[in-house]
Design a protein around this ligand. Structure first.
Ligand code: SER
Length: 428
């Protein structure tokens, strides 16, 4: 199955079960306590809390979507086999009141654990023909009990204690996003050793102090990473070989024939992420989400330069993202503005990189102590504008990880530099 077929199948499966299909919201969230949209439920927080009425706005208590997401937690890990910053998340959502909680009921009432698990099981096994290896449930703690209801529901489907794992808060309790919001225990579905679907039972509201209070009406928030799902459907080695990365992958490979796999993955991830961020109205800057964009564009520039990919290929890469995503995301139809902002930032940094990389080769040596390395990276930063995250990346590739001494030295010099540059200039 192609990703296009799966995208349609997912949405129409839930539509047939009474869900209203809604568009992805922007990567710029409405919730001011988070910098970027990290989950499908983010635009739906007021419906879980009862502050907005789903019947008025969607004509149903059931919603389904494919949401653009960006997560910074794994930004330094991108390049390995599975980490991504930008990804799409397939989701179905329910806001109380709970109806019969029976999947045969395809009405517009809310549902809870039974229907969520039945829907997920039916979609995975019958519609997609996948075998679920095992599932996990919340083991319970303090005021939140062990999720015996989910265990019983999975057992009805033939799962046993061997393939129902009980996990702690780190694995099986989700949310809230930002300072406060809906959250709750989860049940997760694993296929081919990968967690593909996270089903959250939003039973609580967590306030800014971390106190849990029961939500007036329980809700369901599910999220399935599209890239991971396609990996198990298309049986590829990594997510980067799924058709979700085409035609971008082919275009990058045309421009950089012998590129190392980890560099290719960084380019694929960062091109998709930065194009979608700019299309949603984010500008590269030194602040907040603008800085996240700047950071991925800089790392992308480094990988392009290290692989002798000329900047003339950049519009082709942007075009490939638009080709793939514009049927689903209106903002990616016209990429003229994206091209301008993307290209200007990459071109400006490319010049800095040229000088910085040459100087790096001249000054940094394998025999440097941590302190010497910290001093040299600081000099590369102040004199050549080479940011630490970039020189750290280069040093690591050369087998010189930045140890704590190097980092401490860099930080101390940086703080000193900040103090000096903040002092008022002396009058003559
Ligand atoms: N909010 C949950 C997640 O992001 C499920 O959608 O994993």
């Amino acid at each position: 199955m192609t990703s296009e077929e799966v995208r349609k199948l997912f949405l129409s499966f839930f539509e047939k079960k009474g869900h209203t299909i809604i568009s992805s919201s922007s990567l710029i969230p409405t919730d001011p306590s988070v910098l970027l949209t990290t989950a499908g439920m983010q635009q739906l927080k007021p419906y879980f809390t009862g502050d907005k009425d789903p019947m008025t706005n969607f004509g149903s208590h059931r919603i389904t979507s494919v949401q653009k997401c960006f997560r910074t937690t794994d930004i330094d890990e991108v390049g390995d086999e599975r980490h991504l910053t930008f990804f799409e998340m397939l989701g179905n959502f329910s806001f109380g009141p709970v109806g019969s909680d029976n999947p045969k009921d395809i009405g517009t009432e809310g549902y809870f654990k039974k229907s969520s698990i039945d829907f997920a099981y039916e979609l995975m096994t019958k519609e997609l023909g996948l075998k679920i290896d095992w599932v996990s449930v919340f083991q319970g703690e303090k005021s939140v009990p062990l999720d015996t209801e989910s265990i019983a529901l999975w057992k009805e489907k033939g799962f046993t204690d061997k393939n129902i794992q009980q996990c702690d808060r780190a694995d099986n309790f989700w949310g809230p996003t930002g300072d406060s919001g809906p959250c709750g225990p989860t049940t997760e579905i694993y296929v081919d050793g990968i967690e593909v679907w996270n089903i959250v039972f939003n039973q609580y509201f967590q306030d800014e102090k971390g106190n849990l209070m029961p939500l007036k009406l329980p809700g369901v928030d599910t999220g399935m990473g599209f890239e991971r799902l396609m990996k198990v459907i298309q049986k590829t080695e990594t997510v980067f070989e799924t058709d979700l990365f085409e035609p971008l992958r082919s275009r990058v490979l045309d421009a950089a024939k012998n590129i190392p796999e980890n560099h290719l993955r960084i380019i694929l991830d960062h091109v998709r992420g930065s194009v979608c961020m700019i299309a949603d109205g984010i500008y590269p800057s030194n602040l907040e989400r603008g800085y996240i964009l700047r950071r991925i564009l800089r790392r992308l520039s480094l990988k392009l330069k290290q692989n002798n990919v000329q900047l003339k290929y950049v519009p082709d890469f942007i075009g490939a993202v638009s080709e793939k995503f514009s049927p689903h995301y209106e903002q990616l139809k016209n990429t003229q503005r994206v091209n301008q902002i993307f290209f200007a930032e990459v071109e400006k940094f490319d010049a800095t990189l040229g000088k910085g990389l040459r100087q790096f080769e001249k000054s940094v040596s394998q025999s440097d102590t941590g302190e010497q390395l910290g001093q040299k990276l600081f000099q590369l930063y102040t004199t050549f504008g080479l940011p630490l995250e970039i020189s750290r990346d280069i040093a690591q590739e050369r087998g010189m990880p930045i140890d704590s001494r190097a980092k401490e030295t860099f930080d101390a010099l940086f703080q000193e530099h900040q103090k000096i540059s903040k002092q008022p200039s002396q009058k003559a």
